[in-house]
Design a protein around this ligand. Sequence first.
Ligand code: G3H
Ligand code: 13P
Ligand code: NA
Ligand code: ZN
Length: 321
Amino acid sequence: PLVTSTEMFKKAYDGGYAIGAFNVNNMEIVQGITEACQEEHAPVILQVSKGARAYANHTYLVKLVEAAVECCPDIPIVLHLDHGPDFETCKSCIDGGFTSVMIDASGKPFAENIEITKKVVEYAHDHGVVVEAELGTLAGIEDEVKVAAHEASYTRPEEVEEFVSKTGCDSLAIAIGTSHGAYKFKPEQCTRNEKGILVPPPLRFDVLEEVSKRLPGFPIVLHGSSSVPQEYVKMVNEFGGQMPNAIGVPEEQLRQAAKLSVCKINIDSDLRLAMTGTIRKFMAEHPDKFDPREYLKPARANIKELVRHKLVDVLGCAGKA
Ligand code: G3H
Ligand code: 13P
Ligand code: NA
Ligand code: ZN
């Protein structure tokens, strides 16, 4: 069924696991994700960005998710707005069938973030919809990382209690060193292990711990949590792509976060990589084929297996539906 994340997060918090929040943009992505979740009995959050709504159209995405809800009767599914930029976008999704919205005013000053978030929470709660908010900024961390002042980008634990109590938000996204996209760390920030593989600097678990202490029982969200599987980076590069130094968050750290107060882990780039790598390979190996179904089928299958791996081996939410 289509649900809010309230019950999901409560169970995840108490059970020491996290729900996967996967971005959806088209039918094959929705199917790949939800087929894995149905087979693994995992609750799931399907999230739609402003860009996804611009690409696919709000109604198409809602109907695709409704189809998934019908085809996966055994699992709870949340339809969530990812990075809602303003009240109007959130309102449009609340009125248009979403069960959860994110208002991302994290780029605004603290007081303004509170004001905007509070307004969204009031409207959302009146309509039975839950709200994720954000404190701290993910973007730009990479660029500033060598400067001591980059500390300012991380969530300031001393602000979280006031923010949550004044806004009434239902979950909180924090910045502890992740970032969006396939290039999360610069090679010069990384060290090399025995095998010569780049190892990025660890996430700031001290910040997460401090936040959790101040917000006991409150669900925390991690954005920018793709691990950028090197298997797919290699596939992309082997078949005509150019993604040098693509690097993500090691899965071991996501596993650790999922056991703590983190209840929602956002993954988009990994799905994009699986899809693009698979299609590049297919195209290179079958230059004569031109039926889109032939390359979208293996792309969808690989998204499904990637999501299955996340549910079972990283998030710990398999069997929790
Ligand atoms: O946070 C960003 C998500 O990966 C969505 O990306 O805005 O390109 O749809 P997008
Ligand atoms: P990735 O780019 O790491 O997949 O993060 C996605 C995300 O945070 C969507 O909100
Ligand atoms: Na957790
Ligand atoms: Zn995000």
